[in-house]
Structures are given as structure tokens and as C-alpha cells.
Design a protein around this ligand. Structure first.
Ligand SMILES: Nc1nc2c(ncn2[C@@H]2O[C@H](COP(=O)(O)OP(=O)(O)OP(=O)(O)O)[C@@H](O)[C@H]2O)c(=O)[nH]1
Length: 323
């Protein structure tokens, strides 16, 4: 027992060289210490805490192979290659990987490695700490999912669930570029509900919202290919982007949309063209060239839609053929 009545001047210097002190310190941390002898690629030490974390007894950690095989196959190749290359180069490093537990689960580990050299500067050993980072990884994963969800929501029209205007613009940009590269036709269909103002006036705004949702669903089922895009362009106007689709095929898609809406027979007693809800459509097709911006193509499709309205509504007008 130290004599507390005696004045003491700093820590006991003998403790600084006492291996027992270091051992106690190392084995009382949450991080798991280890040492690998470089020449034999064997563990010369691993903290007993490893058993609590992974279930494998310290004595079962014999060679570097034991370390590598208890690693998730998805990380194994790169983690082993990376650590070996860094160690060979004598560079301290760290690696994140999933370590296998004795009962078959995986735990995310951050291995922080220090390279020990001998007097000649040759690598003598690796010493390091394994940290359990599963909680951090879970939080990272949650953040990533939230970010994806936010991204998804920022591209979605809140009322109908189809793509919003921003999404449409980004899809158009991408598909325009793709069509220009592949020299394949790209078609766009603009769809506008006829006399929707009168619909709202007759049935109310809530019914108007319902109607927009219904039309969104109908248009969605009328377009089948995975790369087809449906978006809400504005108020009661929808837009379809149809990659790799020539003028005839685009017209068929437009007719399909019109038929689907007609078959639903949504009452619209205030419509001067029919007793049910109808739509007007403009269709355009392009094999884009380097000079035309996509928005001038959209303006042209919009003009076709305007013509459809002018010519009496409940019809499809296709622009000049480009294929
Ligand atoms: N219920 C509802 N109505 C909307 C929404 N967005 C736009 N509208 C309405 O859609 C109507 C569009 O009116 P107009 O642009 O005059 O077009 P229209 O009455 O369909 O006439 P035409 O297109 O010429 O056949 C307006 O009354 C808008 O208030 C919405 O999110 N919900």
C-alpha cells in the first residue's frame, strides 16, 4: 500500500516498465488489441475481449488465415490485399470489414494497424486494435436509406405519386443524350385533361384531386416498358417519355392511354365534348442531333397538344415525323 502521508512527486516510475500494467490496460479496453509476427504470419497476442465480441477463443487465433477466413466474403479479398500491401510497404492503415462470429453472425469491425519495424527498418510485426463499429454502421445505413428516400420523394409528385416536373426534366435530359448516342428514336407524349376547370367547378377540388390520381394510375398501367417514364408536367397535364420508340409506336401508346381513360368512363357532365372525362394529346418523335436542345422538342410537342385542343379536344395530334 502506498503511504498516503508521504508527499509524492508524480507517477511511480517503476510502473511505466511493468508489463502487468500494460496488460491490464490493454485487456480492460473495449477495443481488442492484437499482435502479428510478420515473419511467421502468426498471432503472437490477441486480447481476451475477442471472445466476448466474436465468440472465438483467443487460442483459436493462430495464423493470418484465421483472421482472413473469419471475414465476410464480400470484404475478404480487398481487405486482405489492402492490409498485406500496406503492411509490406510499412504504412500504418485501417480497414473496415465484417467479422464472422462463432454462431454465424457478422459484426462490423474497424481494424487499426500499426507497423512495427526492427532496427534495420524491416517490418517485424503488426500491432493493432479491432473496434466494434456495428452501431456506427447501423446509423450510417439508416442515414443512407433516409437519403435514398428523400431523393425518391424529391422526384415524386405529391398528389399522384408519378414523377414530378424535376424528375421529368432529368429523365428527358438523360434519354435525349442516350437517343443521340444510339441514333434511336425518342418519343414524348403530352396529355392534358379536357375542361378540367369545369370538372373542379362541378365536382369540387377534392374530387378533382381524386380524378388526377385516377388518371395517373390509368396512364401508368397503359405504358408498359421498364424505361417508359410517366410524370406530371403541371396542373392537369401529364407527360410520357418513351425511349427507343418510333412515331407509330408512340401513337399506339397514346391511343392506349386514351382508350384506358375512355374505358374508365369517369363522369364529367360539365364537359362540352362528352359526358365523361377525356384528354387531348400531343405526340412527337426525334432522333436527336447535336444542335437541338431537348426543350425545343418539348415546345414542339406542346404545340401539337395545343392543336389537339384547338381542333376540338378528345384527340391526338402527332408532330411531323422524324423517323
Ligand atoms: N383538383 C385539382 N385541380 C387542379 C390541380 N392543378 C390544376 N388544377 C386545375 O386544373 C384546371 C386547369 O384549367 P385550364 O388550364 O383552364 O384547362 P381546362 O379547364 O382543362 O381546359 P382545357 O385544357 O382547355 O381543356 C384549373 O382549374 C386548375 O385549378 C390539382 O392539383 N388539383
Amino acid at each position: 500500500m502506498p503511504d498516503s502521508s508521504q508527499p509524492h512527486d508524480g507517477p511511480d516510475p517503476t510502473l511505466a516498465t511493468d508489463p502487468a500494467v500494460y496488460k491490464t490496460l490493454l485487456e480492460s479496453t473495449r477495443a481488442i488489441p492484437w499482435r502479428i509476427d510478420w515473419a511467421t504470419a502468426t498471432f503472437s497476442y490477441i486480447g481476451p475481449q475477442i471472445e466476448e465480441l466474436l465468440g472465438w477463443e483467443p487460442s483459436s487465433w493462430k495464423t493470418v488465415e484465421d483472421w482472413a477466413t473469419r471475414m465476410h466474403p464480400d470484404e475478404r479479398a480487398w481487405a486482405v490485399d489492402f492490409c498485406v500491401a500496406q503492411s509490406r510497404a510499412g504504412v500504418d492503415h485501417e480497414a473496415d470489414y465484417r467479422a464472422l462470429t462463432k454462431d454465424g453472425r457478422y459484426v462490423w469491425i474497424r481494424d487499426v494497424v500499426h507497423v512495427v519495424r526492427d532496427e534495420q527498418g524491416e517490418v517485424e510485426a503488426l500491432v493493432g486494435f479491432m473496434f466494434d463499429i456495428s452501431e456506427r454502421k447501423k446509423t450510417e445505413q439508416k442515414l443512407l436509406e433516409l437519403q435514398r428516400e428523400l431523393e425518391r420523394l424529391s422526384f415524386k409528385d405529391g398528389l399522384t405519386g408519378v414523377g414530378n416536373r424535376r424528375h421529368f426534366e432529368s429523365v428527358l435530359e438523360r434519354e435525349w443524350h442516350q437517343a443521340r448516342e444510339s441514333r434511336r428514336p425518342l418519343s414524348v407524349v403530352m396529355i392534358d385533361i379536357d375542361y378540367f376547370k369545369q370538372y373542379n367547378d362541378r365536382y369540387g377540388h377534392v374530387a378533382g384531386d381524386d380524378c388526377l390520381r385516377r388518371v395517373g394510375r390509368l396512364l401508368d398501367t397503359a405504358t408498359g416498358r421498364p424505361r417508359d417514364f410517366l410524370g406530371r408536367f403541371g396542373g392537369e397535364e401529364f407527360v410520357l417519355v418513351l425511349p427507343d420508340t418510333d412515331a407509330d409506336a408512340a401513337l399506339r401508346v397514346a391511343e392506349c392511354c386514351r382508350d384506358a381513360i375512355a374505358a374508365e368512363a369517369i363522369p364529367h357532365s360539365a364537359s362540352p365534348v362528352a359526358g365523361v372525362l377525356t384528354v387531348s394529346m400531343g405526340v412527337g418523335t426525334r432522333i436527336p442531333d447535336d444542335n437541338e436542345p431537348p426543350l425545343s422538342f418539348i415546345a414542339e410537342v406542346d404545340r401539337s397538344l395545343y392543336l389537339a385542343k384547338q381542333q376540338g379536344r378528345n384527340r391526338i395530334v402527332a408532330g411531323k415525323r422524324a423517323d
